[in-house]
Design a protein around this ligand. Structure first.
Ligand code: TYD
Length: 223
């Protein structure tokens, strides 16, 4: 296989991204698809500082933006690009659309944030936006026993949600996150399988018969 594909999960806190990342990873591994998975902010030094700032004291919006971008630049160079170059499916729990939504929610120009990120970060091939109302998301955050960090206050989530609603991207798929975990997982897996088949068709000039074999394999049907 040539270049891999980049799959990104986005959505407000409580939308179920982490669960869906785990389920998609398990399904693709079971199909024998080579992959790597990670989250942003990362567990590197900048990412750790950002997570700590959510509980220990908030940075200014500008400082936060710069730190998220630094964290992402290292992530692109050290993890995302190498995975794509090796032909893997790279799965991310949050990416630069969170940068637009969350730092945009603090008054920065979200379109400009997208443009800055697009200057260095590869575009996703599948962008799964888990859609959930603020009420449902707040309920989920609180039922986990979390009071909600500075990133998760209701007003912040409302503004994030408004920004997410305005984002346009060719790879964007909005998934209704009120559905059961299994239905959301099926919808996400189907989108990724479709992108894998499209990639195979465009890069390998498959015959119709070969294509059917691949589709059956991705759909876990006997060949
Ligand atoms: P989150 O995925 O909620 O991490 P955890 O599973 O540890 O709770 O991410 C932490 C917060 O970081 C989240 O509320 C959104 C925020 N964030 C930004 O503000 N900008 C960004 O660019 C990214 C990637 C995340």
């Amino acid at each position: 296989m040539g270049r891999g594909i980049l799959v990104v999960f986005e959505g407000i806190d409580g939308a179920g991204k982490s669960t869906q990342v785990r389920l998609l990873t398990q399904s693709l591994r079971a199909l024998g698809v080579p992959l790597r998975v990670d989250r942003e902010p990362t567990d590197g030094p900048h990412g750790r500082r950002l997570r700590a700032s959510a509980t220990l004291g908030r940075l200014s919006a500008e400082e936060e933006l710069e730190l998220f971008i630094l964290d992402r630049k290292e992530h692109v160079a050290g993890f995302i690009e190498p995975g794509l170059a090796a032909g893997e499916v790279v799965i991310l729990d949050r990416y630069y659309f969170s940068n637009a939504a969350y730092q945009g929610s603090r008054g920065l120009d979200w379109k400009e944030i997208l443009r800055r990120n697009e200057g260095f970060a590869p575009a996703p091939d599948v962008l799964l936006l888990l859609d959930l109302s603020i009420d449902a998301s707040s309920e989920r955050i609180h039922s986990r026993g979390e009071g909600g960090t500075e990133f998760e206050k209701r007003g912040v989530l409302e503004r994030c949600s408004e920004i997410y609603a305005q984002i346009r991207h060719p790879a964007l798929r909005r998934v209704d996150a009120r559905q059961s975990v299994d239905l959301v997982a099926q919808a996400c897996l189907a989108e990724v399988q479709l992108a894998l088949v499209q990639r195979l068709v465009s890069e390998q000039h498959l015959t119709a018969l070969e294509l059917m074999r691949w589709v059956r394999r991705w759909m876990a049907l006997p060949c």
